[in-house]
Design a protein around this ligand. Structure first.
Ligand SMILES: CC(C)(COP(=O)(O)OP(=O)(O)OC[C@H]1O[C@@H](n2cnc3c(N)ncnc32)[C@H](O)[C@@H]1OP(=O)(O)O)[C@@H](O)C(=O)NCCC(=O)NCCS
Length: 197
């Protein structure tokens, strides 16, 4: 499936659209921050890396095989610019398992944008892409991300103890998940009842 024709998705405040190469400045503004990279198990992006990421994301719109990743720019409907991103990765085609992720520029955090965008993407994953189980992996210290999972109504399924190395720190992770059958609960838990295309 090519998802390009299904975009943008809109919520009451947001538009979720494909990235374009012209988004590199907005991407770099938050991807370069140590506070944003803190729990992503990677160094802050360089300007060049953000340019590559914008171009790669603009070109990748297929949802067919394991590892396919769709990244959408989170924008306000009434203002130009990119506030952040939500991502969906096809982890297992046969079992219809997908991983969801989110990042919001710190200048725009604290307004419910991550939860609103993720709720719309979760509904899209279940309704349109026919995902059976949607999960998120996050560092246990990432309280902002824990909050998004809880607001979405996802279940905490696992606590992996020191399963990764983050520099010289042992990282521990939570796995949160929801099934397609939980969609009503996720919708009930979202910040904006008007979320939809
Ligand atoms: C994880 C991350 C996206 C969370 O961002 P966020 O803005 O805190 O999350 P939300 O969009 O759900 O906003 C929730 C906050 O907005 C507030 N808020 C304001 N208006 C709101 C509304 N209309 N609806 C919901 N929440 C609202 C909530 O009270 C909450 O504030 P609190 O944290 O002080 O309780 C952000 O911390 C981030 O980008 N981190 C760096 C990247 C990262 O670690 N990504 C996850 C990897 S697993």
């Amino acid at each position: 499936m090519d998802i390009a024709s299904l975009l943008p998705m809109t919520t009451s405040r947001l538009s979720l659209r494909l990235f374009t190469p012209g988004d590199a400045d907005d991407l770099y503004a938050y991807q370069s921050l140590p506070s944003v990279a803190r729990y992503l198990y990677r160094p802050p992006h360089t300007r060049e890396r953000s340019e590559e990421v914008a171009a790669e994301r603009a070109a990748h719109t297929t949802w067919c095989t394991d590892g396919d990743k769709v990244a959408l720019a989170v924008c306000r409907r009434d203002e130009p610019g990119v506030l952040g991103e939500v991502t969906l990765t096809l982890a297992d085609t046969r079992a219809a398992q997908a991983e969801i992720g989110w990042t919001i520029d710190p200048r725009h955090q604290g307004h419910g944008y991550a939860t609103e965008a993720a709720a719309a993407l979760a509904a899209f994953a279940f309704d349109t892409l026919k995902v059976h189980r949607l999960y998120a992996r996050l560092d246990v210290e990432n309280t902002g991300s824990v909050g998004v999972c809880e607001r979405l109504g996802m279940r905490r399924e696992a606590h992996l103890v020191e399963n990764d190395l983050d520099g010289d720190r042992w990282g521990s992770e939570y796995i949160y998940a929801a099934l397609a059958a939980d969609l009503l609960a996720i919708r009930a838990g979202r910040s904006d009842p008007a979320v939809g295309r």
